[in-house]
Design a protein around this ligand. Structure first.
Ligand SMILES: [Mn+2]
Length: 304
């Protein structure tokens, strides 16, 4: 793709930290903007529109008396995200959603899937495949992929339209290294394809991401849900739920570069950046670098 024909992008921030108990991911959209996401994309030739942020209630003020913590508030925010996703897509922009904890993806993915059958690459240390019945923490950020594929309370499953937003066979998880026992059972039962860090270690990041993309090659539309915790916490310390043994700096870039080459991805989440736990905004800066690789930055670029 030449730089003059790059697809315009639309950014929408969802500063929500209601889906988990460690505070700080609500500042993710600010941190990522501060790390110059817009400039990075414009340098690559993308025309960028920033649609601002979703309105998110403070955890102190949101209803905490529910069986699933902040269920109602998360649902309302996700509904807004889904509507915004539909608008951005109908404007023929490439949507980039900035989280926030990973529960925002119930809204963003159900919204983009409203435009037609959509696959999902879930780049994450975790499977996010819990339901309230089996979740050890009760936090909704551990449930979005389950809810999107139809598992969990109707209040989450029916966000953005009734029933499952995506099919299990259209999902691949890449980079997994932490999964709860009951969650593992549910993942297997649902038939979700999973590429763990073990496969990445054994076969290499290039082989694994190519396989994952091949699994979704029957689809015209693929959403990349990028949880920064897939990257090793040594280089991405500012995340809500760090797990060691993650992607190296180059593995993460290579994955983004290969996805870009394939042209398969049509929308993006960047979630779980937590500036409170970060060191000098380094994790948000890494997020911007990796988004730039996904959106066309190359080590040796095309001549201008
Ligand atoms: Mn996640």
């Amino acid at each position: 793709m030449s730089e003059s024909t790059r697809q315009p992008a639309g950014i929408f921030g969802i500063p929500m930290d209601l889906g988990q108990s460690r505070r700080g991911v609500d500042m993710g959209p600010s941190a990522i903007r501060y790390a110059q996401l817009m400039v990075a994309l414009e340098d690559l030739g993308h025309f960028v529109t920033d649609f601002g942020n979703a309105g998110v209630p403070l955890p102190e003020l949101a209803d905490g008396e529910e069986t699933v913590r902040h269920l109602r508030a998360v649902r309302e925010v996700c509904q807004e995200a889904a509507e915004r996703a539909r608008e951005i897509i109908s404007g023929e922009l490439f949507p980039i959603f900035l989280g926030g904890d990973h529960s925002i993806s119930i809204g963003t993915v159900s919204g983009v899937a409203g435009a037609g059958r959509t696959g999902v690459i879930w780049l994450d240390a975790h499977a996010d495949f819990n339901t309230p019945e089996i979740s050890p923490s009760g936090n909704i950020h551990g449930m979005p992929l389950a809810a999107l594929t139809g598992h969990g309370p109707p209040d989450l499953v029916n966000i953005g339209g009734s029933g499952a937003s995506i099919r299990a066979e259209d999902v691949v998880i890449v980079g997994l290294r932490s999964v709860d026992p009951e969650e593992q059972r549910l993942l297997r039962r649902a038939g979700i394809r999973v590429y763990t860090m073990k496969e990445i270690d054994a076969y290499g990041a290039a082989t694994i991401i190519r396989r994952a993309m091949e699994d979704l090659s029957h689809l015209d539309r693929v959403h990349l849900s990028f949880d920064l915790d897939v990257v090793d916490p040594e280089i991405a310390p500012g995340v809500g739920t760090p797990v060691r043994g993650g992607l190296t700096y180059r593995e993460a870039h290579l994955i983004m570069e290969l996805i870009n080459e394939s042209g398969i991805v049509t929308s993006l989440d960047v979630v779980e950046v937590n500036p409170i736990l970060d060191i000098r905004n380094g994790t948000a800066e890494l997020a911007v670098e990796l988004v730039a690789s996904l959106m066309g930055r190359q080590i040796i670029g095309l001549p201008r």
